[in-house]
Design a protein around this ligand. Structure first.
Ligand SMILES: Cc1cc2nc3c(=O)[nH]c(=O)nc-3n(C[C@H](O)[C@H](O)[C@H](O)COP(=O)(O)OP(=O)(O)OC[C@H]3O[C@@H](n4cnc5c(N)ncnc54)[C@H](O)[C@@H]3O)c2cc1C
Length: 585
């Protein structure tokens, strides 16, 4: 007999674990989350928070979304992305990033009701964790996962209470390993991985200093510093990252992974900060320093029967593109509703198999993208004639040479511009953030081929209601109050939602009655003039890719489950078939 029992035991209270706990509690599922430490993130590792993650927070509640914005540095402070020899030294170039270029900004505004922002992990984790605990999660801190065993009915997990030194066991129906890049749960479950850990070495130096005079006129979260050693290990170049504007900073600097990790003491940290800021008299208040490794590894399968892994446990990669915490939270959005549906008896267990089928390709995609982004600093070094390493004298000669009026200098200037602009694949890759389209048994195709991407799928999000894609965002208006709501606001929240239009009312009654057969409370919206929600702008009519009489059925994670271009001869039969397939019943 175990010491405790719960429906879902979550190992880890980082972004992945806390988001899973928050969602499960919101859906009314009993869960317990443990963390081996006494508190949450103690360094602000993740910060770039993309629109899809903000949509998960918005789905948890407008209060959760609003609190994130309250603590975040807003999008307009994120975007100049400067490349320079030091903060005080010469600027080599810059590119508008994170949705701040006017064209990209328009795409962001059209894609989502939410705004990208910079929310350090030291704020994100407490927000998710608080949401989880206040809604029902049983959290146990200073509790370390040791091992698990699973059988046909559940999982028995052995943990160590680090305060008493005693072991305890938890019996759960499911176990979620959200225990980070050195996941023991993944290891014990024997899950398969591809790639390599420890491909580069990095150090983090977190400090306070008012650097406004160097940065306030060119606000950014990232200032890339080209100095000797900048191309060794690490994330491709030296980095001064804003944590709080403009008085808290994180320096990321590489080291040779083949050498022992450096001891970063106060003297060394001050030295590195002075060098990268370019101010020999700078005084810093050192908060902390640590080293970490750049990884290039992903799980090719994220489930072993009743055990699931998510977040860094499944995808281990450098912070380039800012995808780690974002993808972790998005993993949880995919799994949580499925666990809830199975535990509530609405779905068969086979629904859970779709988690790995849908998310493992994302793990592979983001690990590959993040590592490629490191390599894509190379052309900047090449353009400055420093392909063989950053020699200070050569660097000065090349910086001088680019100011000449010769043809060679013009060619060099063009090459520098191009190399910096190409970094949009790291700093403005809206498609990487938003284009996930799932293909699994939890999606029912309508027979239409997948729409091809009309533009670069890494850079640009493309809206579609093709089953598997996230429902497009359009603003709709409340007929009585005039208030506006995103299509995303009208779905999610742990339920299936069906959108139809005037003439599609037959779907309405059918969706409710067929949903009830499966124990589901399907929400239905008939969009049109004099209905509750009106499509005044016509944006939804243009985006939905079905007729007024058709329908778009949306899963609780806001991905399209199925659609029909028009009213079918047997709506009840069709919906029954679709729910049976998706819910594995
Ligand atoms: C410098 C830097 C910058 C970054 N910037 C970004 C960014 O801008 N955007 C972004 O999205 N990502 C970024 N990341 C990545 C991001 O920090 C990670 O992807 C994210 O923290 C992963 O979340 P997670 O919940 O999967 O794992 P973690 O945050 O690692 O959490 C793991 C949890 O498991 C617990 N745990 C581990 N082992 C055990 C055990 N045996 N028993 C009990 N508990 C255990 C830990 O205590 C912790 O609570 C950055 C990372 C770094 C290093």
């Amino acid at each position: 007999m175990a010491d405790f029992s719960t429906d879902v035991l979550i190992i880890g209270t980082g972004p992945a674990g806390s988001a899973t706990a928050a969602l499960l509690s919101t859906y009314g599922i009993e869960n317990m989350a443990i963390n081996r430490y006494r508190w949450l993130a103690n360094t602000p590792r993740a910060h770039i928070t993309n629109q899809r993650t903000m949509e998960v927070l918005r789905d948890l509640g407008r209060d959760v979304e609003d609190e994130a914005y309250l603590f975040a540095a807003h999008q307009e402070l994120m975007g100049e992305n400067v490349f320079c020899e030091s903060l005080a030294g010469e600027e080599i170039g810059r590119m508008k990033s994170w949705g701040n270029h006017p064209l990209s900004k328009a795409e962001h505004l059209m894609a989502s009701p939410t705004m990208m922002n910079d929310l350090p992990q030291t704020f994100m984790e407490p927000l998710l964790f608080k949401t989880a605990c206040s809604r029902g999660t049983q959290a146990r801190m200073s509790s370390q996962y040791l091992s698990h065993e699973q059988d046909a009915e559940g999982v028995t997990t052995t943990c160590l209470d680090r305060l008493s030194g005693k072991e305890f066991t938890v019996r759960s129906k499911y176990l979620v390993g959200a225990d980070g890049g050195n996941s023991l749960v993944a290891e014990h479950a024997g899950l398969p991985f591809e790639g390599k850990m420890g491909v580069g070495g990095s150090m983090n130096i977190l400090f306070r200093a008012d650097l406004s005079k160097y940065v306030a006129h060119r606000p950014s979260v990232l200032y890339w510093i080209m100095q000797p050693g900048a191309d060794v290990g690490g994330i491709g170049m030296g980095l001064v990252r804003m944590v709080r504007p403009w008085n808290e900073w994180l320096i990321v600097w590489g080291y040779d992974i083949n050498q022992p990790a450096p001891e970063v003491d106060e003297a060394m940290a001050t030295d590195v900060a002075r060098q990268l800021v370019g101010d020999p008299d700078l005084t810093i208040e050192l908060i902390s320093a640590n080293t970490w490794t750049v990884n290039n590894m992903y799980a090719t399968h994220m489930q072993k029967d009743r055990v699931f892994i998510m977040g860094d446990a499944a995808h281990r990669h450098p912070p380039s593109n800012g995808l780690g915490s974002n993808t972790s939270i998005q993993d949880s959005f995919n799994l949580a509703w499925k666990l809830a549906a199975v535990l509530k008896g609405q779905a068969g267990e086979a629904l859970l198999d779709s988690y790995s089928v849908e998310r493992a390709p994302v793990a592979r995609q983001i690990v590959t993208r993040a590592n490629q982004s490191i390599a894509e600093f190379g052309p900047i070094f090449e353009a400055l004639g420093m392909g063989e390493g950053v020699d200070p004298e050569v660097m000065q000669q090349n910086l001088v040479a680019r100011c000449d009026s010769t043809d060679a200098a013009e060619t060099q200037r063009e090459a520098i511009r191009k190399a910096i602009a190409f970094k949009k694949y790291e700093f403005d890759a809206h498609g990487v953030e938003m284009n996930q389209r799932y293909k699994s048994s939890a999606i029912e195709t309508d027979g239409q081929p997948e729409p091809a991407f009309e533009r670069d799928a890494e850079l640009h999000y493309q809206a579609t209601t093709w089953p598997g894609a996230r429902i497009p965002h359009c603003w709709l208006f409340d007929h009585d109050s005039g208030d506006k709501f995103s299509t995303l606001d009208l779905c999610g929240g742990g339920t299936f939602t069906l959108f139809t239009g005037i003439g599609g009312e037959a779907w309405e009654e059918t969706a409710r009655s067929v949903g009830a057969e499966f124990g589901l409370n399907v929400v239905v919206h008939v969009i049109g003039p004099r209905r509750k929600y009106v499509d005044h702008t016509g944006d939804w009519a243009r985006a939905r890719e079905v007729s007024d009489k058709g329908c778009v059925l949306v899963r609780p994670d806001q991905h399209v489950a199925w659609r029909s271009t028009g009213l079918t001869s047997d709506p009840a039969g069709d919906l029954r078939r679709v729910f049976s397939k998706i819910l594995a019943r």
